[in-house]
Design a protein around this ligand. Structure first.
Ligand SMILES: [Zn+2]
Length: 421
């Protein structure tokens, strides 16, 4: 009888570590039962992970009749990760542990679309320096940097793919620059992808292996998790639902050049323009009063006035929800998620928008794709992107392709073959 080949050591280490990290199995007997590996092999590999400081022993598991097994815990404070996200109108930075928990974070308004990469990344580095300077002297070492940027990203190369609206960013070596500056490995992805990842990995009990995260910002974008993995598409452009045509109207021209795009009806920029016009035309006394007091009105004003019952704002959000529902029904029919999470400023207008989205999605989605489909607000809210950036880094560092390259050194920091690979 042929014997099975000895499991690859790195793969086994990563599998066991992953099970403990995600809580799928937290004792040696559970690890054996879930992986089918023998008791001796599990004991050896767990001993390796304990010796390398990636796992630690915790309390005894509740007894199930026999002798209680010792629980194992991932050492999430073994290292730290610097995280950043560049949205349309703000930059956010943070410091996270290896379990995706934000230990500190900071956000500031910036016109990201109008900025070139140099000054913007100068500012990100300055904010990172500030976060590191505030750490106590006995803090864990920095293990990596994760950053989310606008537009499609070549995740393997760590740089944005050329996009006309972001002049200067196409091909800019974001990873190389930050890796040289901080001497740790760096990963880059699209900011909405990272929001999807943050919700998937950072919200225990709320996870679905097939989920779509929809960000309602200046434009509408989506991040897709399919079978537990981020789905980026061939050129990093998966999830660009803002440019799905939802209305057949040749006079409604999007800045992408096409007509009837979702962004024209549900994007924050378009909503703000509609609100401003309505205020000036006298269609909404509530918005007119806000325009008078603030000098401008935006999507948040619409959301707040809709909640207060202003008929114009209610109808504007209803239409936005309906159009979002159309695009999401198409998305649901094609990708069949079990969970759609809606986040971004406009999403927090109360139940009105969500109700309009749900109504249209359930009306238009094929019954088998609509079955068990939940549509909820994003639980992590504005932290989703930073949390996702932290998980992107730890998932990469602890993957079978990378872990063997640094585990014996105790930390990936400063190792040329992993920092600059
Ligand atoms: Zn468009």
């Amino acid at each position: 009888m042929a014997t099975a080949p000895a499991p690859d050591t790195a793969q086994t280490l990563c599998t066991l570590l992953d099970m403990v990290r995600t809580g799928k199995a937290t004792t040696r007997p559970e690890l054996g039962a879930h992986t089918g590996l023998g008791r001796k092999l599990v004991a050896q590999r767990v001993a390796d992970l304990l010796a390398h400081g990636l796992l630690e022993e915790a309390e005894l598991a509740p007894s199930t009749g026999g002798r209680s097994a010792r629980q194992l815990r991932f050492r999430r404070r073994a290292g730290l990760v610097l995280v950043a996200e560049l949205g349309y109108t703000s930059i956010g930075v943070g410091l996270a542990d290896l379990g995706g928990e934000l230990l500190a974070h900071h956000e500031e308004p910036t016109d990201v679309v109008a900025e070139q990469p140099e000054p913007l990344l100068n500012r990100v580095e300055e904010l990172f320096d500030g976060l590191l300077a505030d750490l106590p002297h006995d803090a864990p070492p920095l293990w990596g940097v994760g950053i989310g940027v606008l537009g499609p990203v070549d995740a393997a190369a760590g740089c944005p793919i050329p996009l006309s609206m972001m002049a200067g960013w196409g091909g800019y070596p974001v990873r190389k620059r930050l890796a040289e500056r901080f001497d740790v490995p760096v990963w880059v992805d699209n900011e909405v992808n990272l929001m999807a990842l943050g919700e998937y990995r950072g919200t225990p009990g709320h996870q679905a292996d097939d989920l779509a995260y929809v960000k309602l910002g200046s434009g509408v974008g989506a991040g897709l998790i399919s079978g537990g993995r981020l789905s980026r598409g061939a050129r990093g452009s998966a999830g660009e639902i803002g440019h799905v045509r939802v209305v057949d109207d040749p006079s409604a021209v999007c800045r992408c050049g096409a007509t009837g795009c979702l962004n024209l009806y549900a994007g924050g920029s378009s909503l703000a323009a509609a609100a401003s016009a309505a205020a000036k035309a006298g269609d909404s006394p509530a918005l007119a009063a806000r325009l008078e007091a603030q000098g401008r009105v935006d999507a948040r004003d619409i959301a707040e006035e809709a909640r207060a019952g202003d008929p114009y704002c209610v109808s504007l959000l209803n239409r936005a929800g309906k159009m979002l529902g159309r695009a999401l029904a198409a998305l649901a029919n094609i990708t069949n998620p079990s969970l759609v999470l809606v986040g971004g400023g406009v999403a927090y207008s109360g139940d009105l928008l969500l109700a309009a989205i749900r109504e249209e999605v359930y009306r238009l989605t094929f019954p088998s794709a609509a079955h068990d489909l939940r549509i909820e607000l994003s639980p992590l809210s504005d932290r989703a992107g930073l949390v996702g950036a932290a998980f992107m880094v730890t998932d990469e560092l602890l993957s079978p392709a990378r872990l063997p390259r640094w585990i014996d050194a105790g930390s990936p920091a400063g190792l040329a073959e992993i920092v600059h690979s």
